[in-house]
Design a protein around this ligand. Sequence first.
Ligand code: PGA
Length: 241
Amino acid sequence: MKINILKTADEIGEAIGKIFCDYVNEKPNAVLGLATGASPVPTYNYIAKQCKEGKVSFKDVTTFNLDEYCDLPKKHANSFYSFMVDNLFSKVDINFDNINFLDGNTDSVDESARYAKAIKDANGIDVQLLGIGRNGHIGFNEPADEFTDEAFKVKLTDSTIEANSIYFTDIAMPHYAITMGIGSIMRAKSIILVATGESKAEAVKAMIEGEVTPKCPASILQQHEDATIFLDEAAASLLKK
Ligand code: PGA
């Protein structure tokens, strides 16, 4: 694991955004794994700005998002699909046919097989962006007894519901989601994880310095050969060195 500690969330967004833009300039038909939540927003802002200035084009890029809520219409304001349209897809020149999402409103077993095949047909994910939950989750892989492989339907934990329900004002937050599994995340050729703020410090410590255990799903990244972690000082504050 490579660890980078920077001062602000915007600096981190710029650093990660640059990695993505350089990658796409090198490989215009790159396959990117994308994440939702507050953590990746500065990265998406940087990419959108570069695209607007003509410094990168997403026209041939393919994307796979990590997860989606169950029992929420795809275009509901709180869906992760809408989040991605608002924060990135509407601001870059991506072809909407190349955007892939898990469907939380269909049979999850069939959906998992469909997504696995779509990722395989695209020759795998080149660069996967991740956030981390306060409980160490990546995607919606909550702490569990075993590491998962392909996408699956998950019951969200109280910690995740508490963290994400701030976004739901009109309706109750769904308690189930469908998420790429740990195996599908780990098969990405390169992984970049971003964590900012004190609320992530314990999860970050467990991910980097703890044992590899499904109780802290992000700890599996210790075994990935190309994983880079971007932290601000608050998120890094409990690390030994
Ligand atoms: P956040 O979520 O970026 O909104 O903190 C990250 C996550 O739960 O994976």
